[in-house]
Design a protein around this ligand. Sequence first.
Ligand SMILES: [Zn+2]
Length: 371
Amino acid sequence: MRHLCLSLLGLAALSACASILKPVVSNDKLPAAARTLDMFKAGNDQCYDRETMGETFVVDAHNHFRPFGGAAKSMTEINQYLLDTGVLFVNVFGIGQSLPVSSTCEYYLDCVGTPALPSMKNDFVNAMNYLDADPVGTIMTISMTFPDLANPANVVEQIKIMDTEYPGMFKWMGEVNLVKQALFGNHHAATPKAAIAGWAPFMKVLRERNIPFSIHADLGSDDEPAKYLPLMQEVLYQYPDNKIVWVHMGLSKELSRANPDWHIKTMQAALDGSSYLMLDITWRVINDNYFKDKDMRAKYVAFLEKNSDRILPGTDFVASYKKSYAVYREEVLANSNILKDLSNSAFRNIALGQNYFNLTGMDYTAPQVCE
Ligand SMILES: [Zn+2]
């Protein structure tokens, strides 16, 4: 095509060729090279062209750099995945359910009965890997994933250990499990409501440091969709001034057939009642079970538009050594799919990271979208 255009140039077909030569990019392709950190720095006046620069997110606010068990991908390799998919900002989560070092399991569901519990180990490793890898071209936010929400007494003490070992490095907390049904076979139970008051000392530290807190809180299951809703409501009631991120909008594999009207109403009520609450729309389970269906998608697009300053995107990737670039790429595409239906302003807030920058206070600004 390019060849044909070049030979046509002499025939005054310039404008037609220009549009042929313009690399039109669909969501299926990732124009990673078109995106650089410079575009997000103050003073950048280049607008963002959704057609040529892609409609996948530049922020992955939910990425587990540590697997449940077994070996992890190196941070250098993950950084290359990010660069190759045009993801420039990422949250570096550990995993809230690590398997014991003595276990040969690599995925908790493969070994029901083995405890999968939070631990400081993976946070240490992430911090150490970050210092060693010194990743270039992306901005990584290192997160504390160790808190055991049912036993919060030591969390402040543990934060102090992190402060001593890695001062100033941890700028996020999570993903931490308030209730995760998938883990019930691995010694995890729903956090007792009574334990939530015990979070107060560490929640105060998070407020003082402006640290957002990503919480996994299943709403319920297909049989009982609202079974665990009161738990998250209690958290939001007790800590109205903390920046809380409700991951996956409370959805899960166990709740794959929620009534979308009920679900949207429930999320809207939570957002309306808690001005610092954000929702994360990560995990392809949501795309596959809710956003793919045409009617449901329209409802969720309207919801995202209405609350476009309260939503964070991402993959929920788990960086096991078994995964390849193709897997991460596929996660980016699947989890970004709904973003192409957004208006320019909602797209800028969610996909181009303005919400993420506002939440973290990072010195970056999402570019304006070209009209
Ligand atoms: Zn996750």
